[in-house]
Design a binder for this molecule. Structure first.
Ligand code: SF4
Ligand code: SF4
Length: 195
């Protein structure tokens, strides 16, 4: 290379390789082997960081963002009013729904005049960010500390109302997710989406 030419370096991560000759001890490799074995042996006396899953399961946080639930109100009616805000907020476009008008004899099933006759979440798309929960003005959708089970078919990861809507006789407690700040925000009538 001519002295006028400058060496261009794209990053500063390059390292100079040393070609120094190994000492006699280094050529035996024994010190390096013993050092490696002592590191391995020291791990026998440390706390285990792995668990025997699935026989042993770690407890999840109450605010873990796992499988969704569509909540019922105190009278057992679906809270969702098919406003579509959760689908709009979803960055992964996982949520699909069809809105329908409640009939007179369906007042005991749906809390609002409009409800979701079809509501689906594609769990393969979902990134469990929780934006749907934050966007919902009706306290209708929450993430829970349940995990999505593994399946063999892609279609089985599309969850409909039969899976998502909570059962009347086995309610899911989401009170730990409803912080006073979130509740206050959702009850603030000056925010147009709360009306
Ligand atoms: S958790 Fe996030 S990605 Fe999943 S459905 Fe809700 S908004 Fe979409
Ligand atoms: S934001 Fe809430 S009320 Fe609106 S469609 Fe989604 S779950 Fe239903």
């Amino acid at each position: 290379m001519n002295q006028d030419q400058k060496k261009i370096s794209l990053t500063n991560r390059s390292k100079v390789v040393s070609n120094k000759k190994m000492t006699l001890m280094e050529r035996f490799y024994l010190p390096a082997i013993f050092k490696g074995m002592s590191i391995t042996a020291s791990h026998f006396f440390k706390r285990e960081v792995t668990i025997q899953y699935p026989e042993v399961k770690r407890p999840f946080s109450d605010i873990y963002r796992g499988l969704h639930v569509l909540k019922l109100d105190d009278e057992g009616r679906e809270r969702c009013t098919a406003c579509g805000l959760c689908a709009l907020a979803c960055p992964a476009e996982s949520i699909t729904m069809i809105a329908a008008e409640r009939k007179e004899d369906e007042r005991n099933l749906y809390r609002e005049e409009k409800y979701a006759s079809m509501y689906e979440i594609n769990m393969l798309r979902c990134i469990f960010c929780g934006d749907c929960e934050s966007a919902c003005p009706k306290e209708a959708i929450f993430l829970t500390n349940r995990t999505v089970p593994s399946e063999y078919e892609r279609a089985d990861f599309i969850y409909g109302k039969d899976v998502l809507v909570e059962k009347k006789d086995s309610r899911i407690d989401v009170s730990k997710r409803q912080t006073p700040e979130v509740l206050a925000f959702k009850q603030d009538k000056s925010k147009s989406h709360n009306n």
